[in-house]
Design a protein around this ligand. Structure first.
Ligand SMILES: [Zn+2]
Length: 241
């Protein structure tokens, strides 16, 4: 039996559903598209970009130039189609699961870093310098049924760790290879690593915290702060206590 999808051009459907149908029917997984095409497909709708971003909590993976160095600022990449929110049972998937306030509080508590790997927003991965981290929220126990949107059940994760936690994909090194690296560490570092493993997170130093906060600023503000700190250190005031 052929499945008949609702028409993405039907303006009686909500914008979020139309965007999902357009991405599913016209773009497809593993394909690039740009914001212009999206706006042309669904014209006259304000904040169509935002409705697209609202698909992410429903399991859609849409990458921007911040996540993929090969994209231009106007381009996007549909990596994964998530919940079929046009189907009756899935309409509310990912909707308002987590409030903006909760999101801010969780990120603040976790120092704006991925609690799993320690990467900060916009920072390149040490083992994959081509891709930069995007922070998202994950559940403390990803497979637990009935996970809530409460502060204590949520942690800050980068998109990569979030995917790994949910699907156990993205494994690039074998356990043996990782063990080889671990054995090369001095004893003191091994103990430190064990503490991180036991806590399932990496603690943040004040410098790393400042770095993570700096990383989430727009580029123009980062430039200003970099110059400001450089001047302060040259003038000898940067180390004033
Ligand atoms: Zn991570």
């Amino acid at each position: 039996m052929d499945t008949v999808w609702p028409d993405w051009q039907n303006d009686k459907l909500g914008t979020r559903i139309r965007v999902a149908l357009w991405l599913h029917g016209e773009v497809g997984e593993g394909k690039r598209f740009n914001k212009q095409e999206l706006r042309q497909a669904i014209p006259g709708v304000e904040q169509v970009d935002r409705r697209m971003r609202d698909l992410r909590p429903a399991g859609w993976v849409i990458k921007t130039y911040r996540d993929m160095a090969s994209l231009s600022p106007d381009e996007l990449f549909l990596e994964k189609i998530g919940a079929h929110i046009w189907e009756p049972g899935q309409r509310s998937a990912g909707l308002r699961a987590i409030s903006g306030k909760t999101r801010r509080q969780v990120m603040e508590r976790d120092n704006h870093r991925c609690v799993r790997c320690g990467v900060a927003a916009g920072e390149a991965y040490p083992d994959d310098p081509e891709s930069v981290a995007r922070l998202t929220l994950g559940h403390v126990t990803p497979h637990k049924h009935g996970s809530t949107a409460q502060l204590e059940d949520l942690v800050t994760e980068c998109a990569r760790c979030n995917e790994t936690a949910k699907h156990l994909t993205g494994v690039q090194y074998s356990a043996d290879q990782v063990w080889d690296r671990i054995q090369e560490l001095p004893k003191k570092e091994k103990q430190k690593l064990l503490n991180w493993m036991a806590a399932d997170r990496r603690p943040t130093s004040p410098t790393e915290h400042a770095w993570a906060l700096y990383r989430q600023l727009p580029a123009v503000h980062r430039d200003t702060l970099r110059v400001q700190l450089s001047l302060a250190l040259e003038a000898g005031t940067g180390s004033a206590r």
